[in-house]
Design a binder for this molecule. Sequence first.
Ligand SMILES: C[S@@+](CC[C@H](N)C(=O)[O-])C[C@H]1O[C@@H](n2cnc3c(N)ncnc32)[C@H](O)[C@@H]1O
Length: 256
Amino acid sequence: MIEAQGKESIVRQRYAAGAKERADKLCCLVDYDSEYLQAIPREVIERDYGCGDPSRHVHEGETVLDLGSGTGKICFIAAQIVGPKGKVIGVDMTDITSAASLLAADALAEELRVKHPLIASDSIDVVVSNCVLNLVEPKSKRQLFDEIFRVLEKGGRAVISDIVSDEEVPEEMQNDHELWSGCISGAFTEEGFLAAFENAGFYGIQILNRDADPWRTVQGIEFRPVTIQAFKGKQGEDYNATTEANKKCCDGGSCC
Ligand SMILES: C[S@@+](CC[C@H](N)C(=O)[O-])C[C@H]1O[C@@H](n2cnc3c(N)ncnc32)[C@H](O)[C@@H]1O
C-alpha cells in the first residue's frame, strides 16, 4: 500500500511538473465559457487539469474558495463573475514555483493543517473545486468534507466537479502511482460521493452535471466527471427527493 504521505508527495510532484509543462493525460475536455477565457494567460489555459466547470454556478458579489486551484484557471474565471464586490481565494498544496521544496512542504503542510487553518469558519459563500477531491488520501477524506462544511457560511454551498467511478476501486489500482495521481484510483463511487456530503451535514445535494460517457474505463471500471451542489443548511431540496429526481433525469442521458 502506498503510505498516505507517499500519495501526497506523488500528487504534489505530478502537478508541480504539470504546472511547468502541459500534461495531456491529465485533461478531460471541458467546455468553459469562452467569454471568460479571453482575459486568462495562455499558460494557465494550457495547463487545465479540470474535469468540470463549477464556476458556472458562482454569482456576482460572492466570496469563493477554490480548493486545489492549480494554475488558477477557475479563480481567473470566478473573479470575473463575482466582480469587484466579491472575492476569490485559491488554495493548493503544490507550490508550483518551487518543486524543489516538495519534501519540506509535506511536513509544513501537516503542521499548518492542524494548528493554523488557512480559512476562517463560516466565511465563504461558495466552495468550488475542480478535479481535486479524488486526489486526497482516503484517511483524510472525511476531514476534507468537514472542512468544506466548516468554512461555509450558513446557507452557503459547495459546487464540486470531480471524477467518480461506477464501482469500488480495488486496492491494487490504489497502489498504482500513475493511476492515483491521474485522478483515477482515489475516485469515490457516485453513491459514495453523495453520501460523503450527506455524512458531513450537507442538505439539498444535487447532481448538476453527469457525463453519460466515461472519461476513462480501467479494468472494466468506468470513471466519469460529475458536478455536485450541496448546501450548508436546509436551503436546498430534500436529499432523498433530489437524488430520486436525479436518477430519473440521468437514466436517459447526460443532462442533470
Ligand atoms: C487535477 S489538478 C486540478 C487543478 C485545477 N483545479 C484545474 O481545474 O486545473 C489537482 C490539483 O489539486 C491539488 N491538490 C491535490 N491534493 C490537494 C490537497 N490535499 N490540498 C490542496 N491541493 C491539492 C494539486 O496540487 C493540483 O494542483
